[in-house]
Ligand binder design. Structure first.
Ligand code: PLP
Length: 402
């Protein structure tokens, strides 16, 4: 096997033969090329809500590709699946009368939301100065230049030369810190970028009142609040979106991952009616878009996936899964194996008080996939995982911590 394939977030010296080669997936289970079985405790990469092997989605994509595999949606073209999935997404969001832009990755969605908020900022301030974007420590927003500039995980920001200017960082859990930055830069701030629950940063649930505080600061300073719902969307937090779980309504919402459960690459940005009004009245032409925006096969996967989430009651199931994980992790905390437990809905992390990577490796050997983040082990399973599989997953952690 040649070493041509350069993997994401990996050491370039690592040989292709040293990676775990996943060859089959069904429900919450995976198999590698040696036939070893794993429980997918991370739902692929925080995303496979409906589980693996859903024939219905494969069929929907196949049918669409047989009819028309792909055609762009640049003016003057459109297609049925793009318009339909946009409507379905808006209808389940806090902005049923808003607009939905479509792209392929979370990173594209984030960069789009940054550009949209700066465009609105430029319209509000003819001098062109309203363009500061606020990021939060520990935030992860993808790896395009906008997403790299707006993320609060420093190790991901360094080494690339100058990033995009006019980004300022605030603490991820101290609203007073954000208030100070707003007091200093207020009317120059275009937007705040915020994951309702920070995922890659370690599963950080905001303290009570924090998101409300950001909403107030944005309102008082005519800035947009952007929720990056790439992980928290499509049922993960126990509602369609984190915005609904936390009861705070942003102006722009990015989504990806769970919109298709990963069966096809699809992402996008939902904009509120208020922002849409600005676009519709003041933007002669929206000079942004991707060749694959509204890709019909990806949109067909989204439509089928959303129908499954709804029909199978997976949003309620997220809360049940979360209860089992929380109870299990808190029991380990009582036993002194775990230092702290973080999470909401069906996304959780155990702070184990030591480097989580060796524990992840040992759990992988034991047939359970989890995510190590510093001293935390994160769980984010498919929403079709069984109670027994959750128990196996938690037992694998307990066994390693013993
Ligand atoms: N935003 C958040 C909150 C994410 O968790 C991720 C990926 O994990 C992204 C954006 C980037 O998504 P993608 O890897 O699809 O570009």
């Amino acid at each position: 096997m040649s070493n041509a394939f350069l993997h994401s977030f990996s050491a370039p010296t690592k040989s292709e033969s040293d990676f775990v080669k996943i060859v089959k997936a069904e429900g919450a289970l995976l198999w590698d090329d040696a036939g070893k079985e794993y429980i997918d405790g991370l739902a692929n990469l925080w995303l496979c809500q409906v589980g693996h092997g859903q024939q219905e989605i494969a069929d929907a994509v196949y049918e669409q590709m047989n009819q028309m595999a792909a055609y762009n949606t640049f003016d003057p073209f459109t297609n049925g699946p793009a318009a339909e999935v946009a409507e379905m997404i808006a209808a389940r969001s806090p902005h049923p009368d808003g607009r939905v832009f479509l792209a392929c990755s979370g990173s594209e969605a984030v960069d789009t939301a940054i550009k949209m908020s700066r465009l609105v900022g430029q319209l509000k301030d003819a001098g062109g100065d309203k363009q500061i974007i606020i990021r939060r420590t520990g935030g992860y927003h993808g790896t395009n230049l906008g997403g790299t500039s707006v993320q609060g995980i420093e190790v991901n920001r360094v080494g690339w030369g100058d990033l995009v200017p006019h980004f300022l960082e605030v603490s991820n859990d101290d609203i007073e810190d954000a208030a100070k930055v707003f007091a200093e830069h207020g009317n120059k701030i275009a937007a705040v970028m915020c994951e309702p629950v920070q995922g890659a940063g370690g599963v950080n649930v905001p303290p009570p009142g924090y998101l409300e505080g950001l909403r107030r600061l944005c309102d008082d300073n005519d800035a947009l609040l952007i929720f990056d719902e790439v992980i928290s969307g499509f049922g993960r937090t126990g509602s369609w979106f984190g915005a609904q779980t936390f009861g705070v309504t942003p102006d722009l919402m990015t989504f990806a991952k769970g919109v298709t459960s990963g069966y096809q690459p699809l992402s996008g940005v939902i904009m509120s009616r208020q922002v849409a009004n600005i676009f519709e009245s003041d933007v002669a032409k929206f000079m942004h878009g991707y060749t694959y925006s509204g890709h019909p096969a990806a949109c067909a996967a989204g439509i089928a996936n959303i129908k499954i989430i709804e029909r199978e009651g997976l949003i309620d199931r997220a809360n049940e899964i979360g209860e089992i994980i929380r109870t299990g992790l808190e029991a380990m905390q009582s036993d002194g194996q775990v230092k702290a437990v973080h999470g909401i809905g069906a996304i959780w992390a155990a702070d184990i008080g030591r480097d989580a990577f060796p524990v992840r490796d040992a759990m992988l050997d034991a047939g359970v996939v989890v995510r190590p983040i510093g001293e935390r082990i994160a769980f984010c399973p498919p929403l079709v995982i069984t109670d027994a599989q959750i128990t196996t997953m938690l037992d694998a952690l307990a066994a390693q911590l013993d």
